[in-house]
Write a protein that binds this ligand. Structure first.
Ligand code: SF4
Length: 380
């Protein structure tokens, strides 16, 4: 039913101006309580959902999971092993923000069993970081990266954002160059989106001259593709690049529709039962914590997928990856040929240069990766 576990830590030092994630400014006294509640939720979940296979990946996301200390992370990892068991090659990722880690904490995380660190660099330009409301500098990122290597981490990823207010192509190229110079084995590259109800939505309304226009933003993503692939990274998913063999196994699981259990406020779960069941937890910390304290899971409105839901998901999640979709796997799962059911859409998208279809796989072209939404709507 599930082979992956996600733990959500909802706290951050402060809220970044563009952020629409389920996170809130830190209340330090709640960190230990959060850790206890996550442990309790794992215990309730392990009794509720049959555990029929060991976990292949565990992911601490947020928020800022590196606000938990190594002892707390260690407790969560150990308990997940007791409750769900781990494969011997389990990938355990911790999202960390530069400026919240030091030599001791990084060493502690590594010794606790964290195998992979994902650093929220976002930019190497201090002015951009300030505009974003980040609490770290470029020097903090470089230092965190080096300290993580010294602590023993061999798998370190960086997140970057482009399309920032007043960002030029030259500034973006500089960011990419600085990131590559650190030689991370994984890079996630996102275009800034202005989300409703964030301070950025008021500061940078749609069409604001402060934001790079649509063409420049698209060119920035293309530039990321050419600089990073030239530097030896494979562009293996719309927003993700990795050295060969260094893909995020946990995130690949999402795109391959592996089952996963989400623990923590606002965390999402997907169980492989029938065509699949999805739900999210209560996102408000207080509602989530009240529910867990009362020994009740905090799931809200579970959705049982129909065959058509599962079929659409299989296509638009699978197409996110450069490997695309195996046409035979699709036929085996859904009992019909994808290339026949969507023959006309595939023909038109191929003609537009957005899709390629080999005898055994369907995948996005580079251009299709930039315009993926135009492709996905044709398969719903
Ligand atoms: S650190 Fe990340 S999760 Fe936290 S407020 Fe900033 S963008 Fe949001």
């Amino acid at each position: 039913m599930f082979s992956r576990l996600y733990l959500h830590i909802p706290w951050c030092l402060s809220k970044c101006g563009y952020c629409a994630f389920n996170s809130q400014p830190l209340e330090p006294e709640k960190l230990e309580q959060t850790c206890d509640l996550l442990l309790r939720e794992m215990e309730i979940a392990a009794k509720t959902y049959p555990v029929n296979q060991p976990l292949r990946s565990l992911y601490f996301g947020g928020g800022t999971p590196s606000l938990l200390d190594p002892e707390q992370i260690s407790r969560l990892i150990s308990r997940s092993q007791e409750l769900f068991s781990h494969t011997s090659s389990i990938e355990i990722t911790l999202e960390a923000n530069p400026g919240t880690v030091n030599r001791d904490s990084l060493t502690g995380y590594y010794q606790s069993g964290v195998t992979r660190l994902s650093l929220g660099a976002q930019s190497f330009n201090d002015q951009m970081l300030q505009t974003l409301g980040r609490r770290h500098t470029a020097a903090d990122t470089r230092s965190a990266f080096q300290l993580a290597q010294q602590a023993g981490f061999t798998s370190i990823g960086l997140d970057l954002i482009c399309g920032l207010p007043e960002q030029t192509m030259a500034a973006w190229q500089q960011d990419l160059g600085e990131a590559v110079a650190l030689q991370p084995d994984h890079l996630s590259v996102y275009g800034l989106t202005i989300e409703e109800e964030t301070p950025f939505a008021g500061r940078y309304p749609i069409g604001s001259s402060m934001l790079p226009d649509h063409d420049l933003s698209a060119n920035m993503l293309e530039e990321a593709d050419s600089i990073l692939t030239a530097a030896g990274y494979e562009h293996y998913e719309i927003a993700n690049f990795a050295r060969p063999g260094c893909r995020s196994q946990h995130n690949c699981g999402y795109w391959q529709r592996d089952g996963y259990l989400g623990i923590g406020p606002g965390a999402h779960s997907f169980l492989r039962q029938g065509w699949g069941i999805r739900w999210g937890n209560q996102s408000a910390f207080d509602l989530w914590s009240t529910s867990i304290q009362n020994n009740r899971l905090a799931a809200v409105e579970p959705q049982t997928l129909t065959r058509d839901d599962a079929l659409s998901e299989h296509i638009f999640l699978g197409l996110r990856m450069a490997d695309g979709i195996s046409l035979d796997d699709f036929a085996e799962e859904f009992g019909e040929r994808l290339e026949l059911r969507f023959a006309e859409a595939i023909r038109q998208l191929q003609q537009a240069g957005l899709l390629t279809c080999s005898p055994d796989r369907l995948s996005l072209t580079k251009r299709g990766m930039l315009l993926s939404n135009q492709v996905f709507v044709r398969f719903i």
